[in-house]
Each structure stands twice: as structure tokens, then as C-alpha cells.
Design a protein around this ligand. Structure first.
Ligand SMILES: Nc1ncnc2c1ncn2[C@@H]1O[C@H](COP(=O)(O)OP(=O)(O)O)[C@@H](O)[C@H]1O
Ligand SMILES: [Mg+2]
Length: 437
């Protein structure tokens, strides 16, 4: 898919002679030094990223990290010092004034923290403002603005003065104004930051719901990690003008690439962010009808586990077998898996959060993780589940709050995240019924 927005090696330096400052910066002068020497501020430093159509892309960082400067370079409210910004493959820095105004009006709507709303005008008057600026005739803009107000649940308020509305409702009017323009890119700079926490949460939920229908491309700026994790498809973490990590919320929380991100995320409630798919292991299942109690024993030894899942020909889990079951079955000379497996086992889906999985951990059995077709995608060790909910640390491979036996080199090499669908060994893949082996 084509990128909706593509930013390449973008720099924005404030000061008297930004080009000269850029050259110094690129030949090794630090941002602090530049500021001390000549008062230049390196607000955005060599930033590159792309945003896919329909993506909610978060830019997260502390105050002063360069977020607003970055987003203003996207619609050229600010001219970049160096680097480029493409919107739908059009180089935004090369377009003339007329085209730029057209892009801003029709393609990229901006929603600010303080929306620039007019308290004395009606709700409708505020919502249709963007369209009025575009020179759209009254009837059409009313229709569009009313539709946008309906989307944010404020249609009945259309004729009331804005000042009659609460802060949260006013924020919705601001959102409606941006939606009414039908721009397919929304730039939202701290759009919810001024709201009190409860209203803010409502707005976040509302944006998520709206986004399901609208599928806009959204660049959302926030200094709030929780907001970024909740809303974002991906998050770019900024520090001192640079992007220090880009990733999905799960990436950011479970694989911080540096101490800065790790520190940022250490207080996060991981149980809400991490899902089964982020920590599940390859399932290495047995196949019902094909495998026997004897092959189960061999497999269990080779993968050094005490339990193993049994799947049907569609790879859906149908039971679990423990080492004790196997020992008992061998004694009684039972060889059919269906006679010994336990059909009562904990099961969850790939996208379930660890918090929701916790109750399943008490069974003490590995949890079967299935996809939307009920196929076994992985297994979750209940201890892993509990371990992963403890506070975040920069993972140097040594931090684990519960002792576990050291892994062998082969075990370490086992695929975890991108395991094949069945995760079965090569041998069992060859032996799969109907594969012609
Ligand atoms: N017009 C400006 N002139 C000089 N410095 C600026 C200007 N705008 C922003 N800055 C500086 O650039 C840095 C990044 O600011 P900003 O993009 O507003 O950060 P954020 O939005 O993350 O809080 C800050 O150090 C800020 O002081
Ligand atoms: Mg800002």
C-alpha cells in the first residue's frame, strides 16, 4: 500500500541562520552547544517515518521534544530546514501557495488543543467554519456540518451558542469541524490534553469508534503515554527532536529499544497493553488420529514440556495431555490420544490482553491461544503471563522476577512470535494427513 504521509530526514532548526546551524549540527556540534553558541534550537532532528492510509499514528514525547514543530512541518505551517514531507506522494515543500491552501483545506485538517472555536457563534456555525473558509455554499456546508455533528453526537445542539456547552462538548465541536471538511488526514495536536480525565477518556473512546467508520489517516500528538498506547496503531517516541523508537504499543511496552523508552513505560499497566500474541510460544501440537500416546511421549521429551496440546485436522485444539496422563496410559497400554486427553483446558484469543487472561492462569495449565478460526496459534505459560505483568525494564535478558530454569541454546533459538501456524516440527508437518507423505 502507498504511504499516505512520508517524512524523510526532516530537520527544523529555529534561529537566525538555520542552514549554517544545520551544517554545524551535521558535522558534530551538539544541539546544546548550538543553542549556547548562537541561540539556535534544533527542534526536529533527522526524523523519518511513514504513515499508512487509515493508520492512527501517535507522536509521543515530553513537552519541548519537538512534537508540535514536527506536525506543523507536515502541513507546512512551518517550513522545514531540511528533508522532505510527502503527502500522497506529493512533495509538500515544493507546491505553490495555491496548491498548499487547497491541500490544507481538502486533504489535511488540523485539530489543535485550543480549537480556535468561536464562543458566540452557534455549534453549527463553529462546525461549518472550515467549509466556509473553503468557500463552500451555505446549503452544502450545513449538510456536511450537521452530518459531522451527528457523528460526534451533538446534532441536537446545532443551533445553541457554543458557550452553552461544557468543555468536553466543545472539544467535540472542534472534532466535528475537522470531520466536516472531509479531509482524509487529521493532524491532532494535543487535541484532548486540556480536558479533564473523565471527559478525555470519553473523547478517546469516541475517536476510536469514529475511526472505525471513518478510516482517516490520523497523526495524533500527545505527551501522555497512556493516550498514545490506547489510541495508536503505532507510536513514535520523541526526545530532544529525535524519534528514539517507532513501534506498535506492544513493541514500545514489551521491547523498549533504549533506556529512555523503558523508563517512560515502566509504570505502565502492562496487563492492558500486552496481548496473548506478544508472549505466546510455538505450540508444537499433536494431531488427533495421527499421533499416538507413544509419539506424545517422544515429543514431550524432545521439547521438554510437561503438557502438550492435541489439535484436530483443522488445527483446532481439542485436548491437552500431561506427562502423568501419558505415564498412566502407557501402563494401561492405551495408545489412542482421545482416550487420555483432557478436553477441559484454558483457551484464549491472540488479541486478548494479559489482564483478561489472568483468571485462566490459575488452572496451572498452559493456555491455548487461538486465532479467529479457532486454530491453535500458540501456547501461553501461566508463569510467563504473570511475569510479563510485572513492571517494565529494559530487557537485557537478565531481568525476570520469577526464577526459571536456564534455557538451552536450542530452546532460545525456538521461534516465539512468528511461529508457523502449527508450530509443529518438520517431521510432523511431513506426516500431516493428506500431505502425501
Ligand atoms: N518559533 C520558535 N522559535 C524558537 N524556538 C521554538 C519555536 N517553536 C518551538 N521552539 C522550540 O522548539 C522545541 C520544540 O518545541 P515544540 O515543537 O513546541 O515541542 P512540543 O510540542 O513537543 O512541546 C522547544 O525547545 C521549543 O522551545
Ligand atoms: Mg506541543
Amino acid at each position: 500500500m502507498e504511504d499516505k504521509i512520508r517524512v524523510q530526514n526532516l530537520f527544523k532548526i529555529f534561529g537566525k541562520n538555520p542552514q549554517e546551524a544545520l551544517e554545524k549540527y551535521q558535522s558534530g556540534t551538539s544541539a546544546e552547544q548550538l543553542f549556547k553558541e548562537s541561540g539556535h534550537v534544533v527542534a526536529v532532528a533527522d526524523v523519518s517515518f511513514s504513515v499508512a492510509p487509515g493508520e492512527m499514528f501517535m507522536v509521543m514525547g515530553l513537552s519541548g521534544s519537538g512534537k508540535s514543530t514536527l506536525v506543523r512541518c507536515l502541513n507546512r505551517l512551518l517550513d522545514a530546514t531540511s528533508g522532505s514531507v510527502f503527502v500522497d506522494d506529493e512533495d509538500i515543500q515544493k507546491v505553490d501557495g495555491e496548491r498548499l491552501r487547497e491541500i490544507r483545506r481538502k486533504k489535511m485538517a488540523m485539530v489543535f488543543q485550543h480549537f480556535g472555536l468561536f464562543p458566540h457563534r452557534t455549534v453549527l456555525g463553529n462546525a461549518e467554519y472550515g467549509l466556509k473558509v473553503q468557500g463552500i455554499e451555505e446549503e452544502v456546508r450545513r449538510e456536511k456540518a450537521l452530518k459531522a455533528l451527528e457523528l460526534v453526537g451533538l446534532k441536537e445542539w446545532a443551533d445553541r451558542p457554543l458557550s452553552n456547552l461544557s468543555g468536553g462538548m466543545q472539544q467535540r465541536v472542534g472534532l466535528a469541524r475537522a470531520l466536516a471538511t472531509e479531509a482524509d488526514i487529521l493532524l491532532m495536536d494535543e487535541a484532548f490534553s486540556a480536558l479533564d480525565p473523565l471527559i478525555r477518556r470519553d473523547m478517546q473512546d469516541e475517536l476510536i469508534n469514529l475511526q472505525r467508520e471513518m478510516q482517516k489517516t490520523i497523526v495524533f500528538i500527545t505527551h501522555d503515554l497512556n493516550e498514545a498506547l490506547k489510541l495508536g496503531d503505532r507510536i513514535a517516541v520523541m526526545k530532544g527532536g529525535e524519534i528514539v523508537q517507532i513501534g506498535t504499543p506492544e513493541d514500545i511496552v514489551s521491547n523498549p529499544e533504549n533506556d529512555y523508552v523503558a523508563n517512560f513505560t515502566q509504570d505502565i499497566n502492562r496487563s492492558l497493553v500486552l496481548t496473548a500474541s506478544s508472549i505466546m510460544e510455538a505450540p508444537e501440537p499433536l494431531f488427533l488420529k495421527r499421533d499416538t500416546v507413544r509419539t506424545a511421549m517422544v515429543r514431550m521429551r524432545s521439547i521438554d514440556r510437561d503438557e502438550i496440546y492435541v489439535v484436530n485436522s483443522q488445527r483446532q485444539p481439542v485436548g491437552i495431555i500431561t506427562d502423568k496422563d501419558i505415564a498412566a496410559a502407557l501402563k494401561k497400554k492405551i495408545n489412542d490420544l482421545s482416550e487420555v486427553m483432557n478436553t477441559d483446558f484454558p483457551q484464549t484469543t491472540e488479541s486478548t490482553s494479559l489482564g483478561d487472561i489472568l483468571p485462566l492462569c490459575t488452572a496451572g495449565l498452559p493456555i491455548a491461544v487461538v486465532n479467529e478460526n479457532g486454530r491453535l496459534r500458540g501456547i501461553l505459560d501461566p508463569l510467563d503471563c504473570l511475569n510479563n505483568i510485572t513492571p517494565n525494564t529494559y530487557d537485557n535478558g537478565e531481568s525476570s522476577s520469577v526464577e526459571e530454569p536456564a534455557k538451552t541454546e536450542e530452546e532460545k533459538a525456538l521461534p516465539v512470535k512468528d511461529a508457523p501456524v502449527d508450530g509443529a516440527t518438520e517431521k510432523s508437518a511431513n506426516e500431516e494427513p493428506g500431505s502425501g507423505a
